[in-house]
Design a protein around this ligand. Structure first.
Ligand SMILES: Nc1nc2c(c(=O)[nH]1)N[C@H]1C(S)=C(S)[C@@H](COP(=O)(O)O)O[C@H]1N2
Ligand SMILES: [Mo]
Length: 352
């Protein structure tokens, strides 16, 4: 990672120490233990209120007020979902967009348990003219000069997908505070910003939501003033467990020459991953890895490759292709917010 431009500011450092990534060696677990799953929180973890209820309102025939017990007594589903922050890879862009400075570790896979959002919406009964559902969290802050509750919307058709969950458990235990206790949204296939934590209200809207996190944040722009394209589904990515042992400061890896087993994971929100390839000559020659079964339809799949490492210094690359035909690029495409950088991982290795 020596390529990251020097001069991380105190503002970025504060964000980086609050929001931790998943150490890449945790790619070895099918399901990421909750404490190793990445965390991204724009403002503060809100205080959990004993009188908490989920309010369902807006353009609906029957507004609802649901306790956690009400939600727990509804039909229950568990789905493994790979969650990735849209800013993953941001700190590898040049110039570096100033925000949470992720390298490549803003990812994790958990088993989320909850009840289907569609069931709750059907009970409330959206009226004619409903176009979106707005999800508002209990956390509040100021961003881009606007004071706001963290809030994001989904088009009605996305909100009604059967796998979209109102989740109250992560890996079989109540949600930890940092992951949204008591309730969060899980939108399999979408980048992290859509999975609103500390859910307080669901509001059915007859006009598209224009709040900060929808209209200003999470837009891919090459110029600051353009409206940009909204960030939605996760682009394909593969990561490897850095092989061998690291140097403490530089993180350069040291392996014994000869047979080195490379192991990693790959995922995409656009469809199943169909291929993972490895390169050790800068991306000229690619060698196909063996794929393992996916952990779930919306979760990563393992891959492995036996590398016959000659002595020398190498940069190991891996890249995924998905069933939509999307392939990870060799080099990032820069944008103002530093979103969706799914350029290939590069791991420096010295084979002795
Ligand atoms: N209420 C609320 N929900 C939120 C956020 C937030 O700051 N507030 N961060 C979002 C972002 S940007 C990401 S990447 C994911 C991170 O989820 P995790 O911390 O459980 O990994 O939560 C999303 N949901
Ligand atoms: Mo994020």
């Amino acid at each position: 990672m020596g390529e990251v431009e020097q001069g991380i500011g105190a503002d970025e450092l504060q964000l980086a120490t609050r929001n931790h990534g998943m150490p890449l060696e945790a790619l070895r677990y099918d399901l990421t233990p909750a404490g190793l799953h990445y965390v991204l929180i724009h403002y503060d973890v809100p205080d959990a209120q004993p009188a908490w209820r989920l309010e369902v309102g807006g353009a609906v025939r029957s507004p609802l007020l649901l306790s956690l017990e009400d939600l727990r007594s509804r039909p229950r589903t568990t789905i493994p979902v790979t969650l990735e922050c849209a800013g993953n890879g941001r700190a590898l862009l040049e110039p570096r967009p100033i925000s949470q400075p992720w390298l490549l570790e803003a990812v994790g896979t958990a088993e989320w348990t909850g009840t289907s959002l569609a069931g709750v919406l059907e009970e409330a009964g959206p009226t004619g003219g409903a176009v979106e559902v707005l999800f508002t969290g209990a956390d509040r802050g100021i961003e881009g000069g606007e004071e706001q509750d963290y809030a994001r919307s989904l088009p009605l058709a996305e909100a009604l997908r059967p796998e979209v969950l109102l989740a109250y458990e992560m890996n079989g235990a109540p949600l930890p505070p940092q992951h949204g206790f008591p309730l969060r949204l899980v939108v399999p296939g979408w980048y992290g910003m859509a999975h609103v934590k500390w859910l307080r209200t669901l509001t059915v809207l007859t006009e598209p939501f224009e709040g900060y996190q929808q209209a200003r944040g999470y837009r891919v722009r090459t110029e600051p003033d353009e409206p940009g394209e909204p960030v939605t589904r996760v682009l394909p990515r593969s990561l490897m467990i850095p092989p061998g042992i690291p140097d403490f400061m530089t993180r350069i890896r040291y392996v014994e020459s000869g047979r080195v087993v490379l192991h990693g994971r790959a995922w995409s929100g656009l469809g199943a991953v169909t291929k993972v390839e490895v390169s050790w000559d800068g991306g000229w020659g690619w060698h196909e890895a063996t794929l393992e079964a996916a952990v779930g339809a919306f979760a990563w799949r393992g891959w492995r490759f036996e590398w016959d490492a000659p002595q020398g210094e190498f940069e190991l690359l891996c890249r995924a292709t998905d069933e939509s035909g999307a392939v990870q690029p060799l080099h990032p495409r820069w944008n103002v917010g530093g979103y969706r950088n799914n350029a290939v991982q590069r791991v420096r290795v010295v084979a002795r």
